[in-house]
Ligand binder design. Structure first.
Ligand SMILES: [Zn+2]
Length: 264
């Protein structure tokens, strides 16, 4: 009988050890697998003919873009000290130090809250600053639970107020608009065009919103990299805690694969 217990004990110990090894090293295995996989030559990179003055959303050009969201609720969290700030200084300094062309889609409220940061971004020739609405109201009602605009008048105000705030603080006028939550329809596109701004048709969401693990953002981008040019990230704070680490993994990897970073 004693022997049976010994064997049972041995089996349980071996299973426990195997489980520990698997969970401890699973992410390393996963990462090694990706790296091998993504080194493959890119066979279906698309080359399009586009006017010289327009950004080339083609070939190996990659546009890293960062949305600087701000809602009245987020503003209150900052003012009451629940949040230190709604951007990660480490993300900004990484992009600055490594001279990575980047585009920042700013809300008007973010611009008003952090004028010094916005001035610094605007003064950097590698960076482009663009319009992401005034208070991040969704243009369509069903948009990830975001509060929505109630009328076309309100939609126009959201665009115009952000445009004014960004111009006032940075001295630069955005030429592109990005919808909060990326939600929109053809009617919204007509409004944006009438306001004199352009939209990007194919934007790829990195999935960094509420994502905890940088490796998941890294994987999401890399497995789609052959067919994307404009990638949406955020400013790497409470709502997007993995962004900075994901960028630090992605930038060297994409450079190694021959991609070139561009700003709008
Ligand atoms: Zn946004």
């Amino acid at each position: 009988m004693k022997k049976v217990f010994k064997i049972l004990f041995l089996i349980v110990a071996v299973i426990t050890l195997c489980a520990f090894v698997f969970f401890e090293f699973a992410s390393s295995f996963e990462r090694a697998w990706f790296e091998m996989w993504t080194e493959k030559p890119l066979t279906n990179a698309v080359t399009e003919v586009v006017p010289k003055s327009a950004p080339e959303f083609s070939g190996k050009n990659i546009f890293l873009t960062f949305d600087a969201d701000m809602t009245p609720y987020m503003k209150k969290e900052q003012e009451t000290g629940k949040v230190k700030q709604w951007y990660d200084p480490e993300l900004i300094s990484y992009l600055e130090k490594n001279n990575i062309p980047s585009t920042f889609f700013l809300t008007g409220m973010f611009t008003e809250m952090y004028p010094d940061l916005v001035k610094k971004l605007a003064a950097n020739s590698n960076f482009s600053i663009q319009n992401h609405s005034y208070s991040h109201l969704a243009f369509d009602e069903d948009c990830y639970g975001l509060a929505a605009d109630n009328s076309d008048k309100e939609r126009r105000e959201e665009i115009e107020k952000a445009q004014s705030a960004i111009k006032l603080v940075s001295g630069k006028a955005p030429t592109y608009f990005r919808y909060p939550g990326l939600c929109h329809n053809a009617h919204d596109d007509a409004i944006v065009a009438e306001e004199g701004l352009s939209i990007i048709k194919d934007e790829f969401s990195s999935g960094d919103a509420y994502m905890k693990k940088a490796i998941d953002v890294f994987y999401n981008v890399l497995k789609n990299i052959n067919k994307i040019h404009v990638i949406v990230f955020h400013m790497g704070t409470k709502n997007t805690p993995a962004t900075t680490a994901a960028i630090k993994l992605l930038v060297p990897k994409l450079q190694k694969l021959g991609y070139v970073f561009k700003a709008l």
